[in-house]
Design a binder for this molecule. Structure first.
Ligand SMILES: NC(=O)c1ccc[n+]([C@@H]2O[C@H](COP(=O)([O-])OP(=O)(O)OC[C@H]3O[C@@H](n4cnc5c(N)ncnc54)[C@H](O)[C@@H]3O)[C@@H](O)[C@H]2O)c1
Length: 447
């Protein structure tokens, strides 16, 4: 007889080390997303606001049968760090502390930022690893100097080691600008080639890769919130496994792609065809300014375009999805600041090929959507690091839920459907805690 609950191999929660002590969070790039994340955590800690949008803080997880009525909070089910135990530091190419940067980003109300000022101004950026070749629109002033990329990586490692002395565990997250589009080359094929490339200042090694290399070398998990290549190379995946430093990427799934990965699976489930999907965005923050550069836009475009191709599987459904015209535009429009507007025009067709249209106009707040994702990724990567079964596997595909362009093992296509991603995430939590997986079969209720 069918069982809604199928037992997976049990590892047992007792094997996961408890989250005792302080969790150090090293944020690369203290801009709009990072400051909204840090200020938000502090506001929640003080009881000034609720952590809306965060699965680790507000989400529940069903255990057992539907008739068991057992759905604890995720944070009561898995041993994740408490918000009170998070300690922040970071790097930026500008000297502004987190208070100044949050005020500049204008995402949060002035009143809230002023209330949090004494705390936020204590977080001052360390000098960054930066090279304008990789982010054309920015001119960094607060940057490290070194004789080559190897030397810069050593300086970041020294920053990590110094921070480690003040906390119990460390996680790193990239909230920095989008770099130019790079593809893996020979230098990315092995740890040895990469290390040689650091010595010779190989052009294929961007700053984000230097931070990531430093983190992984120190056994520190790394999340990539931008679409940059960063840890998506054989060399850094190998380093991640070798040093039990979990990784995930790329690019926070916040506004338009979030909507796409909800709508596209619905069309596919109902076998509705799609002939065109035109997406355009206007945004006026620094991210928008950086993405106004064609080379950074190319990186973002690749990340945004991928999802539909994988969800629709045109090779399986040629009559429905073979000829989709998919276009993504991003336009820098300063008056809107961080409040992005994303329009989608979707041309679909139904029974006998009759056409229909859907329009989506999402007036979203980019960093408000990204901040809880940054929080969850940090907390889950720390959980990964303490979980024997997960810490040495490299890519944490179960975190695809949060990412626009999920990193997967070579040869494995990424899962973009938000609801499959959500199920995968929750089943991974059940699995590592030794609970039964949920398949939603449910025949036993009708025995
Ligand atoms: N806001 C969103 O919803 C969202 C969604 C998905 C992805 N992202 C990505 O997240 C990243 C951050 O977005 P944001 O809106 O906070 O942008 P932002 O421009 O406000 O912040 C980026 C910060 O990174 C700093 N920086 C750039 N290069 C650096 C380096 N090498 N070292 C240290 N600091 C560096 C910049 O000075 C800036 O302060 C971008 O890559 C963006 O594309 C944002």
């Amino acid at each position: 007889m069918g069982n809604e609950e199928q037992s997976g191999p049990k590892t047992g929660a007792e094997k996961i080390a408890p989250p005792t002590g302080k969790l150090g969070v090293m944020v690369v790039g203290l801009g709009a997303v990072a400051t909204t994340f840090i200020a938000g955590v502090e506001a929640v800690r003080r009881g000034l606001a609720k952590p809306i949008g965060s699965l680790t803080q507000m989400g529940t997880i069903r255990l057992g049968k539907r008739t068991d009525n057992k759905s604890p909070l995720i944070r009561d089910f898995v041993p994740i760090a408490q918000l009170n135990d998070l300690v922040f530091t970071g790097w930026d190419i500008f000297e502004d502390n987190v208070y100044e940067s949050a005020a500049h980003a204008k995402v949060l109300d002035k009143d809230l930022v002023e209330q949090l000022k004494p705390y936020l101004e204590t977080i001052k950026p360390l000098p960054a690893v930066f090279d304008q070749y990789y982010v054309k629109r920015l001119h960094g002033t607060h940057v490290k100097k070194g004789k080559n990329k190897r030397d810069l990586a050593e300086q970041v490692r020294a920053d990590i080691r110094a921070f480690k002395k003040t906390v119990d565990r460390v996680v790193m997250i990239w909230c920095g600008s989008t770099e130019i589009f790079l593809e893996p080359t020979a230098v990315h094929q092995s740890i040895e080639a990469f290390e040689k490339g650091l010595e010779t200042d190989d052009i294929g090694i961007a700053p984000s890769q230097i931070y990531a290399y430093a983190a992984l070398s120190e056994g520190v998990p790394f999340a990539n919130g931008a679409p940059n290549l960063t840890v998506d190379t054989p060399a850094l995946i190998e380093l991640s496994k070798r040093n039990s430093a979990p990784i995930c990427g790329k690019d926070f799934k916040t506004g338009q792609t979030f909507m796409k990965t909800v709508l596209a699976p619905a069309f596919k489930a109902r076998l509705l065809g799609v002939s065109g999907w035109y997406s355009t965005n206007i945004l006026g923050n620094r991210d928008g300014e950086v993405l106004d550069d064609p080379e950074s836009f190319k990186t973002k475009e690749e990340s945004k375009l991928g999802s539909l191709e994988y969800i629709f599987q045109p090779e399986l459904y040629p009559d429905l999805y073979k000829n989709i015209f998919h276009k993504v535009r991003i336009n820098y429009y300063p008056p809107r600041g961080d409040n992005k507007e994303g329009w989608d025009n979707i041309d679909i067709f139904g029974w006998l090929g009759y056409p229909m249209q859907i329009k989506v106009d999402f007036l979203c707040r980019d960093s408000i959507l990204a901040a809880p994702i940054a929080l969850d990724l940090v907390l889950f990567l720390d959980l990964d690091k303490r979980t024997p079964e997960l810490r040495s596997i490299g890519i944490q595909e179960w975190l695809s839920f949060y990412l626009k362009s999920p990193q997967t093992r070579e040869g494995l296509y990424p899962e973009h459907d938000l609801f499959i991603q959500s199920m995968k995430l929750k089943n991974t939590l059940r699995h590592i805690m030794g609970a039964d997986l949920i398949t939603h079969l449910g025949l036993e209720y009708y025995d």
